[in-house]
Design a protein around this ligand. Structure first.
Ligand code: DLZ
Length: 163
């Protein structure tokens, strides 16, 4: 376990752990599928690139982002071998309050599930004002937040394993 941290200003360059020993679930919302499909591809490819075995990536679609919380809860309850769950979705601002309800519910939901199970549950949900902002973050000019969610899962799985 690390006891002394150096270069605190340089956290983005901390080593990405090898995932050969990890089993990780990716739950992906079907709403805004063009965006969430790109997030999923980024997350999946990043896990494989960093050593996670293909048979140890569990991929599950759910109808919308609101369902990500219950899916993570079900997975962690029924599959004890999981080291992390990545939740991917895209909520785009509309004319009603739906956006706020869904975003709040998922953010709080994944936090609660993570704490309940003492396992990393990663918030890989885009919450954008319009579709272009989402495209820019799903393999566009601002990168792919699915990749980032996968790297976060690897780092947190490693954190958990090293305690
Ligand atoms: C209903 C709805 C709306 C309006 N917008 C989105 C969205 O932008 N992104 C998303 O992932 N899901 C949306 N949903 C669906 C909800 O997440 C959920 O599937 C339904 O309310 C049923 O629980």
């Amino acid at each position: 376990m690390a006891t002394h941290l150096k270069n605190l200003s340089d956290f983005s360059h901390t080593t990405i752990p090898n995932g050969a020993d990890y089993k990780i679930a990716i739950v992906v919302a079907e709403w805004n599928a063009k965006i969430t499909g790109a997030l999923y591809q980024g997350a999946f490819d990043t896990l494989i690139k960093h050593g996670v075995k293909e048979e140890n990536v569990i991929s599950m679609p759910v109808p919308g982002s609101f369902e990500l919380t219950s899916a993570a809860e079900i997975l962690l309850t029924k599959n004890n071998g999981l080291d992390a769950v990545i939740c991917l979705g895209c909520v785009i601002q509309g004319d009603t309050k739906h956006f706020d309800f869904i975003c709040d519910a998922v953010a709080n939901g994944v936090t609660n599930v993570s704490i309940k199970h003492s396992k990393p549950v990663i918030f890989g949900v885009l919450t954008t004002n319009d579709e272009q902002q989402a495209i820019d973050r799903a393999g566009g000019k601002h990168g792919n937040k699915g990749d980032e969610a996968a790297i976060t899962a690897l780092k947190m799985a490693h954190f958990s394993a090293s305690i």
